[in-house]
Ligand binder design. Structure first.
Ligand code: SF4
Length: 327
């Protein structure tokens, strides 16, 4: 691991000032991904600003919903009574991620900022535009069975690994950040980026900006929800494909509203607004779910080894919807 300076911050503005002024400085909280990346030499920050002592771990109600502090642990959020009652989809997604040990270290903000698990990104002997812009993409002509089927570019076909983020994009969350230019709010769907020509940028955060919280609006999706994750072993594995489904169903089994998103298919959690619209006013039946899944897959494109995702993604979505409807 490269040598680095360690600074412990007790004030958010001081932490922001340090990182904003120094392009080689990074915030660190749980460190569950960053330390791995540093050990492998994928990232080599010269300064780490430890933000664990900042007062950003609260889970609290607001006038419009629930606010999750950026330093709230994944396990704390997943087990929180308010989260489980008001946003059970989020609790399900969190518990599908990583392992209990990691969930006890990883924070809300860090979960959103974790990097892709593309093996070429971690292998310093291979080209990777995300790790080293302009070097090429090892996955394009390499083994790409874990890679994107939506929104990829000729420079990067990686997927975002977070389960939590798939639920948050479906639930219309908002990210609160503070930075050198002040505070701002970013709709969750605009937080992560598609790779385009700049795959080295995973998010739309600007230099020195610190995630302080995530807000969830009050939601009718408290009962008919499910997070379906398909992976190669029963736990502690990233999604081949995952689906977040939330339905509001009336007494006649008619869908009043739906929220849908896929994970493991794109460089960002992949919201399915067109498919949601297909479901509104329809009966909560497998036929309706299949129609929505067909719409959800419009524009999907496979690479040499991930054609299976063109079948797995719609089937996972339908399974998530069936389980949600039956909940
Ligand atoms: Fe790097 Fe993206 Fe290509 Fe993976 S898919 S090798 S992360 S550029």
């Amino acid at each position: 691991m490269n040598q680095f300076q360690y600074v412990r911050a007790t004030k958010a503005q001081a932490a922001i000032d340090v990182v904003a002024k120094d392009p080689n400085a990074k915030f660190i909280a749980g460190g569950t991904n960053l330390v791995d990346l540093m050990k492998r030499g994928v990232v080599t920050p010269q300064k780490l600003v430890d933000i664990n002592r900042l007062p950003l771990a609260k889970i609290e109600t607001t006038g419009t919903g629930l606010r999750l502090g950026a330093l709230a642990l994944n396990s704390t959020v997943a087990n929180d009574a308010q989260v489980r009652a008001q946003h059970p989809l989020l609790a399900l997604a969190l518990n599908a991620g990583a392992s209990p040990q990691l969930r006890n270290m990883a924070t809300v903000g860090g979960n959103m900022l974790q990097r892709t698990r593309c093996t070429y990104f971690y292998d310093l002997t291979m080209p990777c535009n995300k790790r080293q812009p302009g070097s090429g993409c090892g996955a394009l002509e390499g083994i790409n069975r874990m890679h994107a089927i939506f929104g990829a570019s000729s420079t990067c076909i990686a997927v975002h690994p977070s389960d939590m983020s798939v639920a948050l994009v479906a639930l219309d969350a908002t990210v609160l950040v503070s930075g050198p230019k002040g505070d701002r709010r970013i709709p969750f769907g605009d937080f992560h980026r598609l790779p385009g020509d700049t795959p080295e940028k995973d998010t739309n955060l600007e230099a020195g900006e610190l995630i302080t919280a995530v807000e969830l609006p009050a939601s009718p999706f408290t009962k008919h929800v499910h997070y379906q994750k398909v992976r190669e072993r029963a736990s502690y594995a990233f999604a081949l494909v995952s689906a977040a489904a939330a339905l509001d169903i009336d007494g006649n089994n008619t869908i009043k509203a739906a929220r849908l998103a896929l994970g493991g298919v794109a460089h960002k959690p992949w919201r399915l607004t067109a498919a949601e619209q297909v479901l509104v006013g329809k009966p909560a039946t497998e036929e309706s779910f299949r129609q929505a899944a067909t719409v959800a897959m419009q524009g999907a494109k496979a690479f040499k080894h991930n054609e299976y995702k063109l079948r797995l993604a719609p089937n996972t979505l339908v399974q998530a919807l069936k389980t949600a409807a039956a909940a």
